[in-house]
Design a protein around this ligand. Structure first.
Ligand code: HPA
Length: 232
């Protein structure tokens, strides 16, 4: 086992879906995979391996935020040989017209975190999705009649903020959604020469204040899971 994952070598597939919420990992495993084995219960951060249309696939919860995501991403790659990592999560919309339930394929992930500033000695790195995965996801979504748009996102270090204007500058520069994880997933994947992509559903709109109901959120998780599973 690794520091935070209780699996033995070989128990995790080369392709791993990464929902933030471990119960979403269970939901997807229960609803989409066959021959499911739960390989991790450490910290209740469930991880499952099963098969989808005959292909071995794992689904690992990452928790919320950059540090937690970095821990699971590092260990999945270094200790278990993961080669393709697809985050499926939710984001807040930064534009009035990007409504609840819309799907965003994150081409790049900006951040207010210092993690890359420290790594790159104060310079700015541009964390970017793997193009092949992005291209496949975009076309697969359309094939499945699921509307999905490709856009840059913002990985924030905070969910609650005193300054309600702080997202404005990002929206003005074409950034459509805010979440809290992808910037580090893309950076680690680049460094370790593996493929990564983030697929997001808009769960709330920071301009209008609208929030998705739990039922609608579940339906959209299904859409994201379908896109991710079908491109593997
Ligand atoms: N902010 C940050 N992360 C999020 C949000 C949000 O509004 N919605 C979903 N993830």
């Amino acid at each position: 086992m690794s520091f935070h994952i209780g699996a033995k070598k070989g128990e995790i597939a080369e392709t791993v879906l990464l929902p933030g919420d471990p119960l979403r990992a269970k939901f997807i495993a229960d609803n989409f995979l066959e021959n499911v084995v739960c390989y991790n219960e450490v910290r209740n951060m469930y991880g499952f391996t099963g098969t989808y249309k005959g292909s071995k696939i794992s689904i690992q919860g990452t928790g919320m935020g950059i540090p937690s995501t970095a821990i699971y991403t590092n260990e999945l790659i270094d200790e278990y040989g993961a080669k393709t990592l697809i985050r499926i999560g939710t984001c807040g919309s930064l534009k009035k017209e990007i409504g609840l339930g819309e799907i965003i394929l994150a081409i790049s992930a900006n951040t207010d975190s210092n993690i890359n500033k420290i790594k790159f000695g104060g310079m700015d790195y541009a964390p970017t999705a793997n193009f092949e995965l992005l291209d496949k996801a975009y076309h697969k979504a359309h094939e499945l009649s699921i509307e999905a748009r490709v856009a840059p996102i913002f990985s924030s270090d905070s969910f609650y903020d005193d300054n309600s204007d702080r997202y404005k500058i990002w929206a003005e520069h074409g950034v459509l959604g805010v979440e809290m994880e992808s910037t580090v997933l893309y950076t680690i994947a680049a460094k370790k020469n593996v493929h990564a992509l983030t697929i997001l559903t808009v769960s709330d709109n920071l301009i209008t204040g609208e929030v998705t109901s739990a039922g609608d959120r579940e339906k959209k998780i299904v859409d994201m899971a379908k896109i991710a599973l079908e491109i593997i």
